[in-house]
Unconditional design. Structure first.
Length: 223
């Protein structure tokens, strides 16, 4: 009986995990990669594409491969997000490397819990300002974009039979998802969801962090 219950619990857990991955993780990651991962930005220092080359993350290849390599793409976004936040923290503390940080930190052992918390909150707020994250952003647009992307994914999933994607318009079959999408777009004028391209490059880091932090929070809430 106990064994049966733990098996059921395990199956429930696995089903929940699968659902979180397909409805939250994949659309969220696709959104981030479609918007911020651009080959054209390979020479822009600190862009996703430049960082991916710099730290040699060859397995990360952009929005078209997110579904097949979810975790690799997710880990890269987590690393870049943390790196931006840490870089901003160093900027606020006016240090250029970790060793210099020790001299700038207060003596935590003589601070009480209240002082400790206040120091942490003040610093976090400074960090949010430094990254322009306290400015108002357009939640509604992000919400709409995520929704259309998820709907599109569902539609394409329904065209899958075994290991092939079957075109509902002409009956051709495709083993590659990328080619299938190209076929739908070119032969049948299928409108694949396209993100609003009007992201001001000056605020690219702000927009990226805004989305990746919401994405992180959402994943944490469900996992
Ligand atoms: Zn077709």
């Amino acid at each position: 009986m106990e064994e049966e219950n733990s098996r059921k619990e395990y199956v429930n857990f696995r089903n929940k995990e699968k659902s979180v991955v397909s409805h939250i993780v994949v659309p969220g990651l696709k959104a981030i990669y479609q918007l911020f991962y651009k080959e054209a930005s390979a020479v822009d220092r600190g862009s996703l594409y430049q960082l991916r080359n710099l730290i040699n993350r060859r397995d990360v290849s952009g929005p078209k491969d997110v579904t097949q390599k979810v975790r690799l793409h997710q880990h890269f976004i987590v690393d870049v997000t943390d790196a931006y936040i840490l870089a901003s923290f160093w900027e606020i503390m006016e240090v250029e490397e970790e060793d210099g940080l020790k001299q700038k930190l207060p003596v935590f052992s003589i601070m009480n819990e209240e002082q400790h918390t206040k120091w942490l909150i003040d610093l976090s707020l400074k960090n949010l300002d430094n990254l322009y994250l306290r400015e108002v952003n357009n939640f509604e647009q992000i919400n709409q974009d995520l929704l259309s992307l998820s709907t599109e994914d569902e539609k394409i999933k329904r065209m899958k039979a075994n290991n092939y994607h079957l075109c509902p318009f002409c009956g051709n079959s495709f083993s590659s998802l990328t080619w299938f999408k190209k076929h739908l777009k070119n032969k049948h004028n299928w409108n694949c969801h396209v993100w609003d391209k009007n992201v001001n490059p000056t605020f690219a880091v702000k927009h990226f962090l805004f989305m990746s932090l919401i994405f992180r929070d959402t994943c944490n809430a469900f996992c």
